[in-house]
Design a binder for this molecule. Sequence first.
Ligand SMILES: O=C[C@H](O)[C@H](O)[C@H](O)COP(=O)(O)O
Length: 262
Amino acid sequence: MSADLSPIDKAKFAAARRATDYVEDGMRVGLGTGSTAAWLVKCLGEMVREDGLRLTGVPTSSRTAALAREVGIKVVSLDEARWLDLTIDGADEYDSNLNLIKGGGGALLQEKIVATASDQMVVIADISKQVDTLGAFPLPVEVIPFGWQTTKVLIEETLIGLDVLGRDTSLRLNGERPYVTDEGNYILDLHLNRIGNARQLSLVLNQIPGVVENGLFIDVCDAVVIGYGDGRVEVRDINEGTVEESRIDFLETENLFTDLAD
Ligand SMILES: O=C[C@H](O)[C@H](O)[C@H](O)COP(=O)(O)O
């Protein structure tokens, strides 16, 4: 095991590696975005190249599309695939009901469309993403650039009547300019600290003109695969009500792990 890799990278790798067990030959799979999902894409690419896995990938961002092509995964658009067997993605937070905050990497819109068009959604994460109540991570909301400052005020006014602890909102920046999503939109980050009723908040936000989508994923995720830095992996399946523990042997995967780390 490379000494250069942090325990958090090892945890992400362990979760991603275990999640490849969900992938069967011939599947159409939604490929998530972010540092954890990048491990997954690399692992799947290795399975395509080395084991002949037949896989059609639908990426959730331009970044993931580029990585998937680079590692040899066949990439198609969601419209070409129409419906997916499975989506595997990271998350910024998950709670005990497997409701999520996503969008820290700005890909929430495509991620939500792809996950919703899948028979099954599996989240891969390290344990730092687990929370009792969603909201410590700022909630990303994708908004149309036209009139975004008005939309921001409307969101702030709407938050006054809701069960949240904080109400600050900020425009996500890329240097000194607004961060622009793959769909050409902006992102407002809502610093709520605690979200009392995530389902209600999600519905209310999406009714505001100018809001395209928010980063709350309610009743979308079927299972979470939690990786730890020592190779332990826990799989919690919300439908089956099961918790399974296993272990990724870093010694056995050492070559793969270090190759993929490049
Ligand atoms: O927009 C980005 C996504 O929702 C990511 O899946 C999320 O931010 C988690 O990313 P990471 O695995 O890098 O923590």
